[in-house]
Ligand binder design. Structure first.
Ligand SMILES: NC(=O)c1ccc[n+]([C@@H]2O[C@H](COP(=O)([O-])OP(=O)(O)OC[C@H]3O[C@@H](n4cnc5c(N)ncnc54)[C@H](O)[C@@H]3O)[C@@H](O)[C@H]2O)c1
Length: 253
């Protein structure tokens, strides 16, 4: 029989790519909702600044500089989360790199790099956290996909979109594998969320994008974070292998 999750006491979450953007907002929301949070990111300076802002006492969080496309570094970050509570309840595979490139100009090195950062990291996260959560009898994994992985990118290249499409099917495979063990695995597919990537487009392009969004504005990182926090919660135990769109109605299915 499938085990039901019952998380007692301290809940520990690991969020990758947590130094800025969506990862930062997700870490903030999980902290607000009572989790201890381990923030992992490549960018050590931004990471430490974010940690100090979100958790000024530095008591409920750790900051780990890690390239999560490398298995050993992902394991090291996960070990920090385990050290915090013995058990890791939540993994948010959020780290990613967005690159805009015309299709015929994509070269092997950039393709390989994007696949490693965006997709291989999710494989490692699901393997490392999945094995741990299966043994513990429960857990929550949320993978950050994208509208680009469903229908091609609004701004990003084919390599980015293909990596995100890979996340969508990987999520279903891992969800099926872990469902009998009380571990849920879901994907969130945002589009046009405000943050450094969006701001880099410039005001004119952002205005064009907003005109094409039925809700009439770009999304807020907190709106993605609220959904992730729900999927990370106890009452989301019957939700697995699903993909949730957060795109202001740009794409409805
Ligand atoms: N912002 C959007 O509109 C949007 C839309 C769709 C999908 N997404 C996805 O959501 C996630 C977060 O997006 P964002 O806009 O906040 O991106 P962002 O570029 O603002 O932040 C990404 C963070 O990940 C970190 N990172 C990159 N490579 C890493 C690695 N190898 N190891 C560890 N950390 C690494 C970066 O240092 C950065 O802090 C990404 O996976 C992105 O593809 C975002």
């Amino acid at each position: 029989m499938a085990s039901e999750d019952s998380f007692d006491g301290r809940r520990v979450a690991l969020v990758t790519g947590a130094a800025r953007g969506l990862g930062r907002a997700i870490a903030a929301t999980l902290l607000e909702r009572g989790h201890d949070v381990v923030l992992a990111d490549l960018d050590g300076d931004a990471l430490r600044e974010t940690q100090a802002q979100l958790d000024p006492g530095l008591r409920r969080s750790d900051a780990v500089v890690a390239d999560v496309s490398e298995r050993g570094q992902f394991e090291a970050a996960f070990a920090v989360a385990q050290a915090r509570g013995g058990r890791v309840h939540v993994l948010v595979n959020n780290a990613g790199k967005t690159v805009s490139r015309p299709f015929f100009e994509i070269e092997q090195q950039e393709w390989d790099e994007l696949m490693a950062v965006n997709l291989r990291s999710v494989l490692f996260g699901c393997q490392i956290a999945g094995a741990h959560m299966r043994a513990a009898g429960g857990g929550r994994i949320v993978n950050m996909a994208s509208l680009a992985g469903q229908r091609g990118g609004l701004v990003a290249g084919a390599h980015y979109a293909a990596s995100k499409a890979g996340i969508l099917v990987l999520t279903k495979i891992v969800a099926a594998e872990l469902a009998p063990h009380g571990v849920t695995v879901n994907a969130v597919a945002p589009a046009a969320i405000d943050g450094p990537v969006m701001q880099a487009l410039g005001e004119e392009r952002i205005a064009q994008l907003e005109a094409a969004i039925p809700v009439g504005r770009v999304g807020r990182p907190e709106e993605v974070a609220a959904l992730v926090a729900h999927l990370a919660g106890d009452d989301a135990g019957f939700v697995t292998g699903a993909c949730f769109d957060v795109n202001g109605g740009v794409s409805m299915r």
